[in-house]
Design a protein around this ligand. Sequence first.
Ligand SMILES: [Zn+2]
Length: 161
Amino acid sequence: MSQNLHARAERLIAQERVEGISTADQQWLRRHLADCPSCVAHAAATEQAIRSLRGLSVSLPPTLASRTQFRVRLRAEQLRSEPRWRIVWTACGISWAFGAATAPYVWRGLEWAGHRLGVPNVVWELGFGLWWALPAAVVAVILLMTDAGRSHEADWNRQAN
Ligand SMILES: [Zn+2]
């Protein structure tokens, strides 16, 4: 038998499953299958593959889709907030480096001003502490605001579902 005939039969077997074939093609295929064991085997394998595919889609855990969705959304949220975090940490690093570099001058300046104004040492020392803590305080406020924004977003997502 010609190789073309088997190729045509295989094409029709697949096509019959997906989009259907004409009556003439069906008749031709039945006739071909009647005396072609290899195409019968191919048809059976196709049938088997389709059946196991259908079985697979039924036996998928129903939570899998929502879990996948959740993970994709989580990742998207992470990606969205990453640049913001990078900016915060960069600003943090720069301000701390700047703070460390200028600390001796600020200390001396405050000491001088404190003595000039005649305030107790504890006042200008406290001022130095505040100046030192200010970048950290600003960052803490930013982080708190970011967290508040994120949990608000989470609430919104929960309502949307
Ligand atoms: Zn054949």
